[in-house]
Design a protein around this ligand. Structure first.
Ligand SMILES: NC(=O)c1ccc[n+]([C@@H]2O[C@H](COP(=O)([O-])OP(=O)(O)OC[C@H]3O[C@@H](n4cnc5c(N)ncnc54)[C@H](OP(=O)(O)O)[C@@H]3O)[C@@H](O)[C@H]2O)c1
Length: 348
């Protein structure tokens, strides 16, 4: 394709056949003619289909602010990231978009420029096409999550500086959340199935904040670590739609998802719930149409809970401001309008 040529010729040709419209996100755009009818468009890239909120939130905001642009969520294979981004970059109508599940720590290697926080985290969730035509990577996930947790802590008259946070998972999202919370003084315990990944993350966080604020443990340390936890956050794929849907994040998840393996996980999880301080906040960032088994258990045991919706809204507000702040302004009134619109659009 020649530079500057619009590549969206027909459905089969989309991004050289490397991307398809996701089916699960409510109100996703589902045809190229829909996208082409706008002056500009953004693409949110994901590895597997799930009920993402990005199209509903961004398209509602475009409508409200009168911006002639639209976002579609598209499924692709992260191994094709270089070709996908090169193709999108060459299209004058493309303005950027999300790097979602599966693309966060891969796409970081294929953008031209990086925001320092995204660089430290090692993953991006937003790609911005700069006026020069180059692509810049950002990470607004952690800040978005932090805003939602700080609001809840404030209501309990607590602060991150006094909190022990156990983070279940060490992938792209776990990294973003852990960095953002450590930056504000929280003690971080990264608990992950693969211990080496947790160790590597804890090491990078400590280097970033300049002191030993994070440490790593394996899945079997959970019974001990929850005893004095202020916040427990699931950022793993346990409980997410797909193979792990029925598993609680508080215990190992053995596949295949047989009745026996799921029961074993839920039994072990019950044992852990009993050890968690009753004033702890239990949180799960996994997005699905009903609460994850971890959050369902947390409700049943009477804990304060935080799901993934406020994070998705806050990270969306930050991301929208990065791409469109110059057009709509960045004042508090515009921000709260945007938050309200995105929040309404993100409801299942
Ligand atoms: N609410 C929001 O705004 C929001 C934003 C972004 C993402 N999310 C959600 O966050 C979740 C994680 O996304 P991600 O991009 O960070 O994924 P990722 O980079 O692929 O990381 C997956 C994490 O899950 C762990 N894991 C996977 N299978 C496991 C198993 N059987 N047992 C134990 N641990 C397992 C992995 O552990 P290993 O290292 O051992 O493989 C890793 O820590 C997804 O469900 C996503 O939908 C929500």
């Amino acid at each position: 394709m020649e530079k500057g040529e619009n590549f969206m010729k027909n459905q089969d040709q989309f991004c050289n056949g490397l991307l398809r419209f996701a089916k699960e996100p409510v109100k996703n755009l589902d045809s190229l003619s829909d996208l082409e009818s706008h002056t500009h468009y953004g693409i949110a890239l994901i590895e597997h289909d799930y009920p993402g909120k990005t199209p509903a939130m961004w398209n509602a905001a475009y409508k409200h602010f009168g911006i002639d642009s639209a976002v579609a969520m598209m499924v692709g294979d992260p191994k094709d990231t270089a070709e996908i981004l090169n193709t999108l970059k060459a299209d004058p109508k493309y303005i950027g978009g999300g790097a979602g599940v599966g693309f966060k720590d891969v796409a970081i290697d294929f953008v031209d420029e990086l925001d320092p926080l995204a660089k430290a985290i090692g993953a991006i969730n937003l790609i911005q096409k700069l006026p020069s035509g180059e692509l810049k990577g950002w990470n607004t996930d952690g800040i978005g999550y932090r805003q939602s947790l700080e609001k809840l802590l404030e209501q309990k008259r607590e602060t991150l500086g006094n909190a022990k946070v156990v983070i279940l998972g060490a992938g792209g999202t776990g990294s973003a959340v852990a960095f953002a919370l450590a930056e504000k003084g929280a003690e971080i315990v990264v608990l992950n199935r693969t211990l080496e990944k947790a160790e590597e993350l804890a090491h990078r966080i400590n280097k970033f904040v300049g002191e030993n604020r994070a440490r790593a443990v394996g899945e079997n340390a959970i019974a001990k670590e929850v005893l004095d936890a202020s916040v427990i956050i699931n950022v793993s794929t346990k409980g997410a739609t797909g193979a792990f849907e029925a598993y609680s994040a508080l215990a190992p998840a053995k596949l295949p998802a047989t009745v026996e393996n799921i029961s074993e996980n839920l039994r072990a999880s019950e044992h852990i719930f009993a050890r968690i301080p009753e004033d702890a906040i239990l949180s799960d960032v996994v997005l699905r149409s009903k609460p994850s088994p971890f959050l369902e258990g947390a409700f049943a045991h009477g804990f304060t809970t935080l799901d993934g919706i406020p994070m998705v809204v806050n990270q969306g507000v930050e991301a929208f401001m990065i791409i469109h702040g110059k057009e709509i302004g960045t004042g508090d009134d515009v921000r709260s309008q945007l938050r309200e619109i995105m929040q309404k659009a993100a409801k299942f």
